[in-house]
Design a protein around this ligand. Structure first.
Ligand SMILES: [Zn+2]
Length: 171
């Protein structure tokens, strides 16, 4: 009586996960069907393979996909809300900037007037200091000062018109 050659562990595993095919697979299957020992081992491996297959594809939680989608949607909603806030803030910021510009432009004439008064005061001091020396030439100097002041006024009016136009257009 020849010694019984049982299936190797690899062969039993191959039978269990159906990777052992062909003549070798058929022979192994035949042996497992007739040999109690190998049959029991194959049944055990088969059960193990089944359990492994179940472990390999764990069922995701029922609300997994919806939960992920909800999180994504929530994030998207938050981002779009942020975008809307920014978009809504832009006109407000522009209005604020225009208001600041308008204020600066409306403040500009005051600055011009201040500068004019400053120049006028300095000019008067110069004129009064030079008056005794230039007594004879008072009329030409007076005329010159008048023309000078008129020129400055003209420039001032032009600056007011140029500066005032955007301010009135924005309001
Ligand atoms: Zn056997």
């Amino acid at each position: 009586m020849s010694p019984v050659v049982h299936l190797t562990e690899d062969q039993i595993q191959g039978l269990a996960d159906s990777t052992l095919r062909g003549p070798e697979g058929m022979a192994a299957r035949e042996h497992a069907d007739t040999c109690e020992e190998c049959g029991a081992e194959l049944a055990m491996y088969g059960a193990l393979v089944q359990r492994l297959a179940m472990l390999q594809d764990p069922m995701p939680p029922a609300d997994f996909t919806s939960g992920v989608l909800e999180a994504v949607a929530h994030r998207e909603h938050h981002l779009s809300q942020l975008r809307h806030t920014v978009l809504a803030a832009i006109p407000a910021a522009m209005v604020g900037l225009l208001a600041i510009f308008g204020w600066a432009l409306s403040a500009a004439p005051t600055v011009h007037v201040d500068r004019l008064l400053e120049a006028w005061t300095v000019g008067r001091h110069v004129v009064s200091a030079a008056a005794p020396v230039l007594e004879a030439a008072r009329l030409p100097i007076g005329l010159g000062a008048f023309i000078f002041a008129a020129a400055i006024l003209l420039v001032l009016v032009r600056a007011l018109r140029a500066g005032g136009a955007p301010a009135t257009a924005s309001s």
